[in-house]
Design a binder for this molecule. Structure first.
Ligand code: T3D
Length: 263
């Protein structure tokens, strides 16, 4: 587990809250923050007490993507960005998408470059009304990463994906929600409470089944209908054997609130 304060980590009500914490750099990613965030998501994978994750940023931004101070060409040497993608961004994306627990993202301010695409990779993303999303790669000669070229066309179609990625124009939170890039916009002062309440509600839910649901919906991107029907059969079989399913049905029949354990 990383001890870095570049990501604040707090577990409560089954929710692991991970807060990107380099506010003076709009939470831009340096290697230390990458390793700390990775450690947070690895904990979410291995710690049964973590039933949901809430990802957000400290200060006025969510994340401005890669820390460009670490890429200063004036300091000499051409960086191998393929190596940094393979070493840092891709493992993070795989950890988020592969976590069979809900990941809620609270975009508290500007989300640029990898910061935007990490937000789009989370399961349920809410944004403060003042937030904006920028495919900043276009401004510096790079290609959208962190799954952006995969998620953008799937979420909003090729025309909008290309326009955002090629122009680097900011997209306001309201439009992002209307286009289906994120789930919902929240008034700025309500963002923290609303996203935590959502994450806590999910964490108290049948998280085994929620995790299987996440797997099924993600698999649909590369499956035929027949393959997806087979997967639904297999995952329903697994869900039907869970303690949470037994509890959910029993609670319904007994007209009481279920107590799910995530098993
Ligand atoms: O390199 C690899 O490994 C490949 C992977 C790449 C992934 C990527 O994410 S590439 C894209 C990198 N990000 C950007 O290009 C965004 C750069 N930032 C901006 O365009 C603007 O800062 C924003 C539009 C995000 C916000 O603008 P604004 O006006 O609200 O804030 P600001 O004044 O520009 O920034 C505030 C401070 O944060 C400022 O520091 P200062 O002057 O107060 O000391 C600024 O330099 C710093 N900051 C913002 N973004 C970054 C950053 N410092 C380092 N790296 C940043 N990305």
């Amino acid at each position: 587990m990383s001890q870095s304060d570049t990501v604040l980590s707090a577990l409560g009500d089954g929710v692991l809250r991970l807060t990107l914490n380099r506010p003076d750099k709009l939470n831009a990613f340096n290697e230390e923050m990458h390793l700390a965030l990775r450690a947070g998501f690895e904990r979410a994978h291995s710690d049964d007490r973590v039933r949901a994750v809430l990802l957000t940023g400290a200060g006025r931004g969510f994340s401005a993507g890669q820390d460009l101070g670490d890429r200063d060409p004036r300091k000499g040497g051409a960086p191998d960005l393929g190596h940094t993608i393979e070493t840092f961004y891709n493992p993070l994306l795989r950890l988020i998408r592969g976590l069979e627990k809900p990941v809620v993202c609270a975009v508290n301010g500007v989300a640029a470059g990898a910061g935007a695409n990490i937000a789009f990779a989370c399961d349920i993303t809410l944004a403060a009304r003042s937030a904006r999303f920028i495919q900043a790669f276009a401004k510096i000669g790079l290609v959208p990463d962190s799954g952006g070229t995969w998620s953008l066309p799937r979420l909003i179609g090729e025309a909008r994906a290309k326009a955002l990625a090629l122009t680097g124009e900011p997209l306001d939170a309201e439009t992002a929600a209307n286009w289906g890039l994120i789930w919902r916009v929240v008034d700025d002062p309500a963002l923290v409470d609303e996203t935590f309440a959502l994450a806590a509600r999910l964490a108290a839910g049948p998280t085994k089944g929620l995790g299987l649901t996440k797997r099924a919906i993600q698999a649909a991107a590369t499956h035929s209908l027949d393959e997806q029907l087979d997967l639904e059969r297999d995952l329903q079989r697994e869900a039907g054997l869970s303690a949470d399913y037994a509890e959910g049905v029993a609670a319904f029949l007994e007209k009481r609130k279920p107590e799910f354990k995530g098993r």
